[in-house]
Design a protein around this ligand. Structure first.
Ligand code: DQA
Length: 143
């Protein structure tokens, strides 16, 4: 099975951005972590990061006919992007939402998740481990 893992804006700044919230590990560390989780489950993975909403929409569209599921951390676009929600609905693949921090215990504007409306599961506040749980969930259910 192949999964597409999509990371949104500023996640490439992990390790530099607000380490008290997001930790000291870098985006490369995250990619290594996700790759290891996928290897553990025998899952092929395509890991993508972009700071651009349109590029994320295009990447979601490209999963159609290519991947069996999507793990997505839309970052700030979580709370604003109907376009990402519509793209997830358009491809209709099982999707899981991940957030490194616990979005529900932060500012009120982070409590709204548009992308989450097209996701069947959410892992929030578990750090990198949320990605592992998301990969395992999709592999166990659809692999
Ligand atoms: C985030 C939470 C979002 O609210 C924030 O805008 C991010 C990262 C997280 O992984 O905790 O950029 O998605």
């Amino acid at each position: 099975m192949k999964l597409c893992i999509i990371n949104g804006p500023n996640l490439n700044m992990l390790g530099i951005r607000e380490p008290d919230i997001y930790g000291a590990k870098t985006y490369d560390d995250l990619v290594d972590f996700i790759r290891r989780a996928c290897e553990e489950k025998g899952v092929e993975c395509d890991i993508f990061q972009s700071n651009s909403e349109g590029d994320i929409v295009t990447k979601i569209q490209q999963t159609y006919g290519d991947a069996a599921g999507i793990v997505i951390n839309p970052a700030a676009y979580t709370h604003t992007s109907v376009a990402i929600l519509d793209a997830l609905k358009a491809v209709g693949l099982p999707a899981v939402e991940v957030h490194i921090s616990d979005v529900d215990s932060r500012e009120d504007f982070r409590k709204i998740s548009y992308a989450g409306m097209a996701c069947e599961k959410r892992f929030s506040g578990l750090g990198f481990e949320g990605y592992r749980q998301a990969v395992f969930y999709l592999a166990d259910k659809y692999g």
